[in-house]
Design a protein around this ligand. Sequence first.
Ligand SMILES: [Zn+2]
Length: 83
Amino acid sequence: MNEQTIALGAAVLMAALILGALLSRWYFAPTGSHRATLMRPQAAEVNDVGWCPAEQQERLHAYHADGSRMCWTCRTRTPGGAS
Ligand SMILES: [Zn+2]
């Protein structure tokens, strides 16, 4: 009787865990717009290759809304308008 109770309890626990996993998976499923918000906190910030004045070569930069950009390699900030 006691073993059966333990087995039943374990089965209920496992069922609850599986159900919880499935529910959280459904609840947190990436739905296009939600995921896009997480990926891009600032819609105006774009990554693109640009000229890095510090390294004197093309590097991947984060372009900010004010026109400035930041080099992802050496973190140099280049003000907007400069090219
Ligand atoms: Zn750089």
